[in-house]
Design a protein around this ligand. Structure first.
Ligand SMILES: [Zn+2]
Length: 344
């Protein structure tokens, strides 16, 4: 399996987040990439650097003003009096009459759902290179590969067309899906991160050509809180093209894989030309965000189930945070994928 990783993504090193009223270290650290590469090495997979892709590949899912903001906001921020080292909003639009603002502090609020993704001097380069990884993996599959993997940092699935959140900047899974959609009439996304893929759902909410399925922790009392419930099924042309399968925080590998199996049945019925898997590893029982209780064997089973669906598949790294088990979560998953691809 070809795997893509760009070292420039390590330049994105957000310093903090707020949880339960406390300022704590941000969970989306560059060390994640080193642990994920260790996991790949355990199953003898190595990474290559992706080429660079034009901005038009990002504009398929993001607005031009959001891209302009991400590109320029850090330099502009430095001109603010007593500016901190990272761009972070502190006022957020909630009124129906809210209008797009001109000032930078207001734009920082417009383009953010929460305060978990501070933007530093190298964040734009990092998120663009993260998108390049996803696009290169998509091109590998379009070129005939059965599967490909993108080690993306920062992740993307919480970002909508122009609102970032949940440690994410550009929505790399959505960008990969839109790239595949240029060739295939129908594309599916399966999001198995333990957090609902609210940004991806929002981007394709009214589209009938991209099926979005998410298996995640019940959002009633878990991030992203406001979406991800079973009765959300899409709107307009997209009615029926969104599937949400929320699960309790106590869920282990057997129930998790049963829901992944159910999602794959719906995806196969949709008959897509290709599949993007938003590969969060934070359902692992040792993940510090404590979304579920899936062990390594559950990840192996999930990898085998997804590969057994027989679709050209792009795996895009989403969440999965610092723990001694992060490498084995990825290597176990890839072991399941590779064993099924070899036998199939
Ligand atoms: Zn997550």
């Amino acid at each position: 399996m070809r795997c893509f990783y760009a070292p420039e993504t390590e330049g994105h090193d957000p310093s903090f987040r707020i949880t339960h009223g406390c300022v704590v270290q941000n969970a989306e650290r560059p060390e994640r990439a080193r642990l994920l590469q260790k996991g790949l090495a355990e199953v003898r997979l190595t990474t290559e650097e992706p080429g660079t892709y034009p901005r038009s590949a990002l504009e398929r899912v993001h607005t031009p003003r959001f891209l302009n903001y991400l590109e320029t906001c850090w330099d502009e921020w430095q001109a603010l009096p007593d500016a901190g080292p990272e761009v972070i909003g502190n006022a957020f639009p909630r009124n129906a009459a809210a209008r797009y603002p001109t000032g930078l502090v207001a734009r920082a609020g417009w383009h953010a759902a929460d305060v978990s993704a501070p933007i530093g001097p190298h964040s734009w380069t990092a998120t663009r290179r993260s998108a390049d990884c996803a696009l290169a993996a998509a091109d590998a599959v379009l070129g005939g590969a059965r599967t490909a993997y993108a080690l993306c940092r920062p992740p993307g699935h919480h970002t909508s067309a122009e609102v970032a959140g949940g440690h994410c900047l550009l929505n790399v899974s959505a960008i990969a899906a839109a790239h595949l959609r240029e060739t295939h009439e129908r594309v599916a996304i399966l999001d198995i991160d333990t957090h609902h893929g609210n940004g991806t759902q929002d981007i394709f909410w009214e589209r009938g050509d991209v099926f979005f399925a998410s298996v995640h922790t019940d959002p009633s009392d878990y991030y992203p809180f406001f979406t991800g419930f079973a009765d959300e099924t899409g709107a307009g042309d997209g009615v029926g093209a969104t599937l949400n399968l929320p699960l309790p925080r106590t869920t282990g590998g057997i129930s998790w894989c049963a829901s992944i199996h159910d999602a794959l049945e719906r995806i196969i019925a949709f008959d897509p030309g290709a599949l993007v898997v938003s590969l969060g590893l934070d359902a692992h029982t040792d993940d510090p965000l404590k979304g579920m209780r899936v062990d390594d064997s559950g990840f192996t089973r999930a990898g085998a189930l997804i590969a057994d669906a027989g679709l050209p598949t792009v795996f895009v790294q989403e969440g999965g945070y610092l723990s001694d088990s992060l490498p084995s979560a990825l290597s176990s998953f890839m072991d399941g994928v590779c064993s099924m691809v070899r036998s199939g």
